[in-house]
Write a new protein. Sequence first.
Length: 252
Amino acid sequence: MEKRIPLIAANWKMHKTVGESVAFIEELQREVGAVTDREVVIAPPFTALAAVRRVMTAPGYRLASQNCHQEAKGAFTGEVSGGMLKDVGCEYVIVGHSERRHVFGETNETIRLKVAAAFACGLVPILCVGEVLAERESNRTFKVVDEQVQSAVLGLTPQQARELVIAYEPVWAIGTGKTATPDQAQEVHAFIRERYAALCDKTVANLTRILYGGSVKPDNVDSLMAQPDVDGLLVGGASLEVGSFKRIIRFV
Ligand code: PEP
């Protein structure tokens, strides 16, 4: 049976110059080498994408953008399209990160358009979903996550639904040092997979990778990755240092 290949993604947000990004990738590849049984995805800022692409030579490493615009081209000052990201060598694009939703006001509808735009350009979206603390505390986690997933997959082909990567990132755990417990992560991941099976198809849902994100660190990576429905990680803060990110890539 086809297996879900673990995917570890680094979201550098608005950190690192071109020089710092290149130095990081060179050191990471020197220390970790080729990666064969997992995928390592790096999402540097837009400014460093081309330079990172040039030095990303070891097998198993892939380039991602942290965002894209939903239109292919036009008068959208300051925006970057999926086609431009593909052109610079991206394979993945993070869509609907909680900072895009909550700081920049992206809605489920915008995110749906971005997912479709990414696929149209040959990029694989990493769709971020997750509840804020007040939603968790009022027992609305499943409802919120369900709506986010349902809206984003509307109109996808079965092949696209199978390729889509979903990242469950409880907003209260992002950059706060508060990680969801492995049981809390597993509970939501299993729910997402079950809903995905109902929305798409069971075979597709069994092949779709669901990542966890939210204060992942070297000391919690193994217990999170031991959960049956946790297929990888989206890492912010701990992906900025080679030492901690290298340990996270090498989860057991
Ligand atoms: C993120 O930015 O997606 C993230 C999970 O950040 P952190 O690991 O710092 O919580």
